[in-house]
Ligand binder design. Structure first.
Ligand SMILES: [Zn+2]
Length: 242
């Protein structure tokens, strides 16, 4: 087992304890619904623990990718079987009428992967963005799972066009923010894509753009695990695709 994966499992076990503690504060009753925001193991690894009481819901591509398993540039996720798989799948979205409110599960299109779901708790005024939102940092966009930086911008526009300006926004990684921060994140992505597109149009290689630090105007966003050099390469690879 490679060290990163081992660390991942140790972190997951600690996170599971934290999660169970947080759930108990909310209600002693069992969880009835689990929505997977996408297929990555750090967002689906707890499915089996809930499957006896909860229906697991996800975009149709989440179920497909869980069954096949797969590799991202950072970690390999083995195939998932049995009760850990979603039992309800959807394409565009689905609404849960639960706890006195409509909870909208929206697939805004490709973004972090090709199976992302945003959850909008309409009465609580809370939006869970899954990994379409890395708050305050360059995102990991998983091109090998059908993700796209350009499509992510469009997906964010679709969500920003629907949610109230005073909603609380939960990212897949990073702190809870407001809608303003989500708009700034969208603007950063747009600027970064434009910068790399400009470099490519001028005939520059990825290495040249890395050396010239074309993402320097957004250096504040480099505090996550995706560093500017990696993000330049990901954007260039995305732009090279049709
Ligand atoms: Zn992810």
């Amino acid at each position: 087992m490679r060290p990163f994966i081992l660390f991942f499992f140790v972190a997951a076990a600690a996170a599971a304890q934290e999660r169970d503690f947080a759930l108990k504060q909310l209600s002693p009753k069992p969880v009835r619904f689990v929505v997977n925001t996408h297929w990555h193991g750090d967002h689906t690894g707890g499915n089996a623990e809930f499957a006896d009481t909860a229906a697991i819901l996800a975009h149709v591509n989440v179920r497909k990718r869980l069954i096949s398993g797969g590799k991202t540039p950072f970690v390999e996720f083995p195939p998932v079987t049995g009760k850990a798989l979603p039992v309800v799948t959807f394409d565009q979205g689905i609404s849960l009428w639960w706890n006195g409110e409509e909870i909208r599960a929206i697939h805004p299109g490709r973004g972090h992967t090709d199976g992302d779901t945003v959850l909008w708790f309409t009465k609580s005024n809370v939006v869970h963005m899954g990994d379409d939102y890395f708050a305050g940092m360059f995102p990991f966009v998983d091109l090998s799972s059908g993700g796209s930086v350009r499509s992510l911008i469009q997906s964010l526009d679709l969500i920003l066009g629907q949610i109230p300006a005073d909603a609380r926004v939960i990212p897949g990684h990073g702190p809870v923010t407001g809608v303003d921060e989500l708009r700034k994140y969208r603007a950063m992505l747009d600027g970064a894509v434009a910068a790399v597109r400009k470099g490519l149009a001028a005939g520059k290689t990825v290495e040249q753009m890395q050396k010239e630090k074309v993402l320097a105007p957004w250096e504040d966003w480099a505090k996550g695990f995706i560093k500017p050099d990696v993000f330049i390469a990901v954007i260039a690879e995305d732009l090279a695709k049709k």
